[in-house]
Design a protein around this ligand. Structure first.
Ligand SMILES: Cc1ncc(COP(=O)(O)O)c(C=O)c1O
Length: 377
C-alpha cells in the first residue's frame, strides 16, 4: 500500500523511534513514581524529552511542557484550563473539531462566546482574525496549518495585530515538525502538539507547551507522584497538568522523533514542498479535478473529483490502487463550509518526507484512471 494519509497519523515510524519504544518496554518503570533506580532512569528520560521539546519549539523550559495523549487533549487543557465565565474567544474557520468542539461546549454551557474568522479570497488573513478581537477577548485559537489544505497563516503578523493581553493558542498538529514554530519568539502562549504526525512518534504522544504568563488550570485530577499528602493538585508545573501514569514508551518515541526533526526539519520541509508541488502540478493538468492546495511544507494536497464524491474517490483509490488517502470532512466542518466543499468534502493526500516522487506519480496515475470512471458513476 502507498500510504498517503500522514496528516491523520504518520504511517512510517523511523527505526530510531521503533528502537526507543522497544527499549522503553524492556526497561519500564513509572517515571516520577518511586525512588528506585529504574524509575529514576525513566524520569530522567522523560525530563530530557521535555527539555528537547522546549528547545525545539523555543519554549519556556521543561516545566512548561506537559505531556498529553494527543493534540486534542493538549488543546482541551489549554482551552478549558484558561477560559472563565464571560470570556470571549476568537478562532478561525480552518480549525479542527478539537478546537471547535471544546469552544462550542463552553458556549452551550453559557460560559463563553466566540467568533470565527472567515477566509478572504480562499486565504485566512491575520487581519481578519484580529478584526474580531473585543475588549473581553481572552484567547485567540489558530491552527499552524489547515489539516484540509495545508495552508498556513503568518503567526508573527497575527501576534503583532492582537493586543498583548490576549493569549495566543496555536494548534501545532499539522505544523509541528514541518514549520518553524517558535513559542517565545512569536509570542505564542500555548502550543499544542501531536507527536504521532510530523514528529514521528507513536500514537499516545502529545504535549502542551506554554508561556511564562500562562497559568492553565488542571482539567484532570489525580495522582502525580508529588505532594501526595495534599488533596489539592500541586501548584507547580508540569505536575499540575499531568495526573495519572504517562505513556512512557510514547514519550521515549517522541524524544527520538523530535531529535530527528531537530537535525533534519529543513531538509524534510524541502522534500514535502517538492512532493506537494509535483502532485499539485499533476492534478492541475487533469480536467476532472478541482485543486484546493498549493505546494506546502506540511505535505498536504486536497482535491475534489468533479463528479465522484470524495469518500468514493478515497475508497476507489484504496480498493483498486492500494493508495491510502482520506476523503470527507477531516473533522474540520467550518473549513469545508468556507471552501464551498460542505458536505461532500474533499480528498486529502498527505505525504511524509520519507516518500518519493514515484509515490506521487502512483497517485497521479490512479487519478487519471479514475477520470475514465467518471462517466460510469
Ligand atoms: C489541525 C488538527 N488539530 C488537531 C488534531 C487532533 O490531533 P490528535 O489526533 O493528536 O488528537 C488534528 C488531527 O488530525 C489536526 O489535524
Amino acid at each position: 500500500m502507498i500510504y498517503l494519509d500522514n496528516a491523520a497519523t504518520g504511517g512510517e515510524k523511523p527505526a530510531c523511534v521503533q528502537s526507543a519504544v522497544l527499549a522503553a518496554m524492556k526497561a519500564c518503570a513509572n517515571p516520577g513514581r518511586g525512588g528506585h533506580t529504574r524509575a529514576l532512569a525513566c524520569a530522567e528520560r522523560v525530563l530530557a524529552c521535555r527539555e528537547l521539546l522546549s528547545e525545539l519549539f523555543d519554549g519556556c523550559g521543561a516545566e512548561r511542557v506537559a505531556f498529553t495523549k494527543n493534540c486534542t487533549e493538549a488543546l482541551n487543557v489549554a482551552i478549558l484550563g484558561t477560559l472563565r465565565r464571560g470570556d470571549h474567544v476568537v478562532t478561525t474557520c480552518l480549525e479542527h473539531n478539537s478546537v471547535l468542539r471544546p469552544l462550542f461546549a463552553l458556549k452551550e454551557r453559557g460560559v463563553i462566546t466566540f467568533d470565527v474568522a472567515p477566509l478572504s479570497g480562499g486565504k485566512l488573513l491575520p487581519e481578519a482574525v484580529a478584526a474580531l478581537i473585543k475588549p473581553e477577548t481572552r484567547l485567540c485559537c489558530i491552527t499552524s496549518a489547515s489539516n484540509v489544505t495545508g495552508q498556513t497563516t503568518d503567526l508573527y503578523a497575527l501576534r503583532k495585530l492582537i493586543p498583548a493581553r490576549v493569549f495566543l493558542l496555536v494548534d501545532g498538529a499539522q505544523g509541528a515538525g514541518h514549520l518553524p514554530l517558535f513559542l517565545q519568539k512569536t509570542g505564542i502562549d500555548f502550543l499544542a502538539l501531536a507527536g504521532h504526525k510530523g514528529l514521528f512518534a507513536i500514537q499516545g504522544a502529545g504535549a502542551l507547551l506554554f508561556s511564562e504568563r500562562a497559568a492553565p488550570r488542571p482539567v484532570l485530577f489525580g495522582g502525580t507522584g508529588s505532594e501526595s499528602h495534599s488533596l489539592a493538585m500541586p501548584a507547580f508545573y508540569p505536575d499540575r497538568l499531568e495526573s495519572g501514569t504517562l505513556s512512557y514508551p510514547a514519550v521515549c518515541s517522541l524524544a527520538e522523533g523530535a531529535l530527528l526533526v531537530k537535525s533534519r526539519r529543513a531538509e524534510f520541509a524541502q522534500k514535502l514542498l517538492a512532493l506537494t508541488a509535483h502532485a499539485v502540478q499533476g492534478i492541475k493538468g487533469m480536467a476532472e479535478y478541482a485543486l484546493f492546495s498549493e505546494p506546502n511544507a506540511c505535505g498536504i494536497v486536497a482535491f475534489a473529483h468533479r463528479r465522484i464524491p470524495s469518500e468514493e474517490v478515497a475508497q476507489r483509490l484504496s480498493d483498486r490502487f492500494r493508495i491510502a488517502v482520506r476523503g470527507g470532512l477531516h473533522c474540520a466542518p467550518l473549513a469545508h463550509r468556507a471552501l464551498g466543499t460542505f458536505p461532500q468534502g474533499l480528498v486529502r493526500a498527505s505525504f511524509s518526507p520519507f516518500q518519493t516522487t514515484e509515490d506521487a506519480d502512483a497517485l497521479l496515475c490512479a487519478l487519471r484512471e479514475l477520470e475514465k470512471d467518471a462517466t460510469s458513476f
